[in-house]
Design a protein around this ligand. Sequence first.
Ligand SMILES: Cc1cc2nc3c(=O)[nH]c(=O)nc-3n(C[C@H](O)[C@H](O)[C@H](O)COP(=O)(O)OP(=O)(O)OC[C@H]3O[C@@H](n4cnc5c(N)ncnc54)[C@H](O)[C@@H]3O)c2cc1C
Length: 732
Amino acid sequence: MKTAMPRAMTPIARELLLVGGGHAHVAVLRHFGRAPVPGVRVTLLSRDTHTPYSGMLPGLVAGHYSHEDCHIDLRRLCEATGARLIRGTLNSIDTVSRTAEVAERSSLAWDMLSINTGSAPALDSIAGARDHGIALKPIDRFISAWETFERSLTLARSPPRVMVVGGGAAAVEMALALSWRLEQSRRACRITLLAAGEQLLETHNPQVRRLLNGKLAAAGIDVRLGVRVTAVTATQLELADGTQLGCDLAVWAIHAGAPSWTRTTGLACDAAGFLAVDDTLRSVSNDGVFAAGDIAALPVAVAKSGVYAVREGQVLAHNLSQSLRGAPLRAYRPQRRFLSLLATGPRHAVASRGPLYASGDWVWRWKDRIDRRFMAMYALPPLPPAAPGTEPAMRCGGCAAKVGSEMLSGMLDRLAAAPRADIPHGIASGEDAAVIQPPAGQLLVQSVDYFRSFTDDPWLLGRIGAVHCLGDLHAMGAQPHSALAIATIPHGAPGIVRETLDQLMLGARSTLMAESVTLAGGHSGEGAELGFGLSVNGFVAPSALLLKSALQPGHALILTKAVGSGVLLAANMAGAARGDWIDAALTAMQQGHAAAMKILREHGISACTDVTGFGLLGHLGEMLRASGIGARLDLLAIPSLRGARECLSMGYRSSLHGANAAALAALEGFDPVDDATLALLVDPQTAGGLLAAVPEQRAEECVSALRAAGYGAATVVGCTDANLRPGRIGPR
Ligand SMILES: Cc1cc2nc3c(=O)[nH]c(=O)nc-3n(C[C@H](O)[C@H](O)[C@H](O)COP(=O)(O)OP(=O)(O)OC[C@H]3O[C@@H](n4cnc5c(N)ncnc54)[C@H](O)[C@@H]3O)c2cc1C
């Protein structure tokens, strides 16, 4: 399903924005991967990188499945289907400007919008429920909160009281799953199931109810019917009749609620706040907006259930594609009855469909087969690693054309920072060039860097690109001052080009502002693929300048960030890296160097470099040769990003790896080490860490301070050694 042509080669005319990676949108991604609509870029905005498959959640809690078994890796799915993944939480939607406001980052524009963000237990219907107890969804938060609770159990003198509140399938399955989990770990709790109705599982037949009531009783779960919980505190639940029940942990499995943002969009909603759609899954109030799954209110009410969301996915994919082509849409007809397979704790399940029922271990195996088959549809195989010596993926370029000046100046106006006396002419004055007044007695330090995009998210590219570019200034000990930007935006309709440029520059600005760096001007052009760079200016007093040539004997070498971003990005392009590995790498890349440099200075830094394209060994080699000294490294102490070693072991390498590998010749006297350890030494880094020398006696204290400041991977990786030949590296 991997797109045959690099995405950016097709001019982008329209944006299909999918919000939420729920059960329906994974089908849409698959559909558009197989049958893309020419000129349409598909972007998925998702809070989570790994989205859960609801059918397997009770099995996850009971311990039958791993996290990976029952979560779809949206990053890999997007990579394989040619969609962009932007991680973020939707805060609100403006249907007039057609933008989606995203928490902690710039807004996203769309031409067509589809929403599949699911639901969560309606906690606002119970006073105090947002502060006390844990909701079943989002499931990751539920599981980590439950694990924290479980750890506290060993300390408890009497078995704590867990109240599962809700009477539907999710509540019953979860109570049984929790009970089974506790039994397996030999921990004790008193579990009570509290339901407002006169019976549990009201939508199921009496035999199914009987079977499950039997399972609850056998598991020692106390069931209380006809009780409505109205409030909760840290120690008790309050019922509608005023009764108070002691409770150590409330688990909310009540009816689904809509998020609060739906009512602020102007889109038609039902009384509970779910988005009202017609039978084609299109908003009844806006032709350009679709919704599916729990968030949607269909003309015929259906249960908030993953089964419907999955089925809607097929119709939604078809209708989004048809709508983008101006073709007729298809109606979605929900099934009146569907097969439910309810897990009962151990590997045993109850089947229910209309008046039919069955139970047994075989039902669980049946359910397991169905669920795993579903998951297999979304676990797309990665591309194999490139054979050694083969050319890296095709690179395009050379067809740049200037982005319309009106567009550029409009964007630059919005980016203009507060006036600065030392920049008499910056963006706002519209001169041909920026004019900067250097501080008296200081040296001007300049650097420039530019790269092709390593992510589909232009905001992240701008943000990380700026960290990368400023790294050169920090490594020289300079205080960053101002920057000029250069950007290449993929060909597309003017609105799409403007949007991409905005995202890119807003991302860059977020990094620059954090370091009080002023964007003083820029140039942008259209080209085959997204690219970004900055020319950066900094100032430093001559006495504070840090040079690579200033390494001294008896100094420890500290690395402030883990290595491995090169191989992770390479494996990501092949669909072989796990989404959460890439999330962690992108987070590390966004971390700036200003705080680290301050700490390194406080601990007597003598020389520094930033670890980027040549990898750790390449940049260390530059320092050693310039300083006429050797070094010792502790190869096993070198911190690596999560998943980097796995990707190297699978055979993935960055396309720069081959050229960098020559630096390995500097190593001498090491015991044999595995290939992954060696490969990490020359893995090219984007926005990598600083490699700095501080006096040995202050190194540990310096590392502690770095870690306390958020550089969790900071480590002493080696030391200088004047007894080794210049440029040589031996074991520490
Ligand atoms: C414990 C439990 C067990 C269940 N078992 C079953 C079952 O066996 N069978 C069944 O059919 N149903 C089951 N359900 C119900 C089922 O989980 C839901 O009906 C189903 O998940 C809804 O699917 P969806 O596609 O609408 O959204 P979801 O699957 O909830 O997906 C929503 C996605 O949107 C993302 N998202 C949410 N908010 C935002 C935001 N603001 N911005 C960006 N992204 C966002 C989330 O990260 C998530 O990836 C169960 C529910 C629970 C709680």
